[in-house]
Design a protein around this ligand. Structure first.
Ligand code: PTR
Ligand code: PTR
Length: 311
């Protein structure tokens, strides 16, 4: 963290801004052919937010389905810290993709969904209502019955315990749905502390969920991917995952590399992190985390370090 603080102090806001601009100028790391297919276009929430072919999540082909493009969903595998496919970054589901979304959750054995947008923000629909909002309610999406068994309300987020019933196989599974409500419509949280608390909660839940899988999980040690989405699945999703990766690395080897983390992420989910203040937030949140865990004293870092050249 000390190196990071030095880096931020040296570069100040303007330098971090330039660092982000350089990342933004880099061309995408691959093609978007699947996303662009005519029959898939209606499955993209935004025509300019597509997923790279190399890292897209393919749905399993259904035997009764002759549409050859039916394996498409706007979702990308993303690596975490020392874990491949730790996340699936995806757009906020559209009503016509609700069934696909739940199929993906089922097929990838997802146990945790992190949603960082609200359904409607500033009067605009950002995401479909793809899960039952009230406890006790059941909804059908494609082959799945989704029941909200109970909801826990926290200050900055809501946790819905969902039960997924696969009508084709007759199997049931539990999925935790986190809805983070305190991310402002534009920009970034003022303080990172709510976000840090949120991340810690998700981490603990993930560990418990992986434990509960026991020997039924035969994939990599960290367990199934965590689904993270916002509206487009790049801005807030990228910010949340960058922060998670940086903090995991900090905990492990006491170092952080925001720039490389974001560059690497962009090779799997193009355009991750949408604004420079989201990028900058990753830095300040890591520093706040360092202070909180006694890895850094407030004396070594203060906001005034940045003021001299921020215009
Ligand atoms: N493309 C958007 C526009 O044209 O206004 C820019 C934008 C980017 C809008 C991010 C909203 C955004 O924020 P949110 O993450 O709240 O969707
Ligand atoms: N074309 C959209 C726009 O710029 O408004 C794409 C977009 C929307 C991009 C939202 C990013 C957005 O933010 P987030 O990924 O955080 O939902």
């Amino acid at each position: 963290v000390h190196d990071l603080v030095e880096h931020v102090k040296r570069k100040k806001k303007k330098g971090i801004y330039q660092e982000y601009e350089e990342i933004r100028k880099e061309p995408p790391a691959g093609t978007f052919d699947y996303s662009k297919k005519l029959s898939n276009q209606i499955k993209n929430r935004y025509s300019d937010v597509l997923c790279l072919d190399q890292s897209r999540v393919g749905l399993c082909q259904l035997c009764d389905d002759e549409d050859e493009t039916s394996d498409y969903i706007n979702a990308s595998f993303m690596d975490g810290y020392k874990r491949s496919n730790a996340y699936i970054a995806t757009q906020g589901p559209l009503p016509k993709t609700f069934g696909d979304f739940w199929r993906m959750v089922w097929e990838q054995m997802v146990l945790i969904i992190v949603m960082t947008t609200r359904v409607v923000e500033r009067g605009r629909v950002k995401c479909g209502q793809y899960w039952p909002l009230e406890d006790g309610r059941t909804e059908q999406h494609g082959y799945f019955l989704v029941r909200n068994t109970h909801i826990q309300v926290f200050q900055d987020f809501k946790l819905s315990h969902l039960e997924l019933y696969n009508t084709q196989s007759g199997e049931r599974r539990e999925v935790c749905h986190y809805l983070y409500v305190s991310w402002p419509d534009f920009g970034v949280p003022k303080s990172a502390s709510a976000m840090l608390d949120f991340r810690e909660h998700v981490l603990q839940r993930r560990e418990a969920a992986v434990q509960s899988l026991g020997s039924s999980w035969t994939g990599p040690p960290g367990g199934p991917p965590v689904v993270v989405h916002c509206s487009a699945g790049i801005g807030r999703t990228g910010t949340f995952c960058t922060l998670d990766i940086c903090l995991s690395r900090l905990e492990d080897i006491a170092s952080v590399d925001v720039r490389q983390t974001v560059r690497r992420m962009r090779t799997q989910r193009a355009f991750s992190i949408q604004t420079w203040d989201q990028y900058y937030f990753c830095y300040t949140a890591v520093i706040e985390y360092g202070q909180r865990h006694g890895k850094l004293s407030p004396v070594q870092w203060s906001d005034s370090d940045l003021e001299t050249d921020s215009e």
